[in-house]
Design a protein around this ligand. Structure first.
Ligand SMILES: Cc1ncc(COP(=O)(O)O)c(C=O)c1O
Length: 450
């Protein structure tokens, strides 16, 4: 099968055993075993929001390990779990204080889907089994999460065994559905959702899952103003749970702690992972409305989901330390204000490059989309593997970025995600913009010469 998804060149390098060997990291910099230095411009896949080897997070982990690594959730609660739960509830507000802790994004999405199904069953609405999701979105690699994801190559080997789901159009101002003006995009897509709910029958629909700012499958695509508000209205009207997947865009990455805060909208269920624990220890969570927990508690005693490592004590200690630092150092506010400067630096360094079609995003979550023709927005021939070439050129120059492909239709399209740690200084953002621009120019020259 042809690999056409994100980081396909990196997957191939993994298979060939050709990746550099990581040795250590400090702040924004990572060093491999040969001593080569890389500036981390994407925090892995938008994870390392505090950079590497933060001494306070390391210390919090050590202190927890010196006491106990893990108290099993059916035997104990812990200070670390309580602190992290209180921190998340305070950051979310609006009744989002029920939490199932897990070990990553896919488990968070899996938990969110199960909470939605259990909630409907508990209310006597067990006919509500169907999820609606959007095209060009990614929710994870477990079977449930994959079933609501539209990522052609990642789904292909599993087709036939996935849960049936409905897909509505992606909501992308740079690539709106044919015949839809950008000004009408939010309303058009909201109506499409409502039409699908009515087509299925509202009593059959459990939830609508979407990424408020789409990451890996589209190359950072925020929805237009009013879209989320209209989706909220439609979901409420039809008793469909609104599930915001904030695994990549949440936990402060977009300059608000919840990405949907930007839109003034509160979901019923929300998933978080990457920036929550900043990659120090695997950690994720499904966060949901207190009123949903009350229903689950009354009917079943609580949520019927979770795993051996749910609320792992040391993972919670790491997450609590990360969130303490994010709050104390006002890093979300910093991301919000510096995000504008970062975009300006990128626009400046990439100026004059005809192949740059779109630079978009929020806070420290930026996508740069490359096109073969700026006027028609036609993508490059996938065989040229432009984004993979940019990723390789960046690595050669000591820059780590997240190159994706297939963002246009699952097969065509080249984009690169830049998601630096929240602690990046203006000088480091400028370094990232300059080296990224050199890498893109070198990759385009390579293609021209081929
Ligand atoms: C929006 C979103 N949801 C879910 C996931 C799955 O998370 P994980 O890879 O931690 O399982 C990802 C991963 O990239 C993601 O971007």
């Amino acid at each position: 099968m042809k690999k056409d998804d994100d980081n396909s060149w990196a997957s191939a390098m993994v298979t060939k055993g050709a990746l550099p060997r990581v040795a250590w990291g400090q702040g924004l910099y990572v060093y491999d075993s040969t001593g080569k230095r890389y500036i981390d411009a994407s925090g892995g896949p938008a994870v390392y929001c505090l950079g590497h080897s933060h001494p306070e997070v390391n210390e919090a982990i050590k202190q927890q390990l010196d006491k106990i690594a893990h108290g099993y959730r059916y035997s104990f609660t812990s200070d670390a779990q309580d602190e992290l739960s209180a921190s998340i509830a305070a950051s979310c507000g609006h009744g989002l204080d029920a939490i199932v802790f897990v070990s990553g994004g896919s488990e968070a999405v899996e938990s969110a889907l199960k909470i939605a199904l259990q909630y409907h069953s508990a209310r006597g609405a067990q006919s509500r089994r169907r999820f609606i999701a959007r095209r060009r979105s990614w929710h994870g690699n477990t079977l449930g999460a994959l079933s609501v994801s539209d990522f052609v190559s990642r789904r292909a080997p599993f087709e036939g065994a996935l849960i049936e789901a409905s897909f509505v159009s992606s909501v992308n101002a740079y690539r709106p559905p044919a015949g839809v003006a950008v000004a009408d995009l939010a309303e058009h897509c909201a109506r499409e959702l409502e039409t699908e709910i009515l087509r299925l029958g509202a009593d059959k629909v459990a939830g609508f899952i979407f990424e408020p700012v789409v990451g890996a499958a589209s190359g950072v695509v925020p929805a237009p103003p009013d879209y989320a508000r209209r989706v909220r209205e439609i979901c409420t009207r039809h008793g469909v749970l609104m599930i915001a997947d904030e695994v990549m865009c949440g936990s402060g990455r977009c300059g608000t702690w919840r990405a949907l805060e930007h839109d003034g909208v509160v979901p019923d269920i929300m998933t978080i992972a990457k920036g929550l624990g900043a990659g120090y220890i695997p950690l994720g969570a499904a966060v949901y409305q207190h009123s949903i927990l009350e229903t689950l508690a009354k009917h079943d005693g609580g949520p019927l989901t979770g795993h051996t490592f749910t609320a792992h004590t040391t993972a919670c200690a790491a997450g609590a330390a990360v969130q303490r630092i994010v709050k104390r150092d006002q890093l979300v506010e910093r991301v919000r204000s510096e995000g504008e400067s970062f975009q300006a630096l990128l626009r400046d360094s990439l100026s004059g490059l005809e192949a740059v079609g779109d630079i978009r995003g929020r806070g420290f979550f930026i996508g740069v989309e490359f096109v073969a023709d700026r006027a028609t927005r036609a993508p490059f021939d996938p065989a040229l593997q432009l984004s993979a070439r940019i990723g390789r050129q960046a690595v050669e120059r000591g820059l780590l970025c997240y190159a994706i492909s297939g963002n246009v239709d699952g097969t065509r399209g080249d984009a690169v995600i830049l998601a630096p740690p929240y602690i990046a200084t203006r000088a480091q953002l400028a370094e990232i913009a300059a080296v990224f621009s050199d890498s893109a120019r070198a990759a385009l020259a390579e293609i021209k010469a081929a």
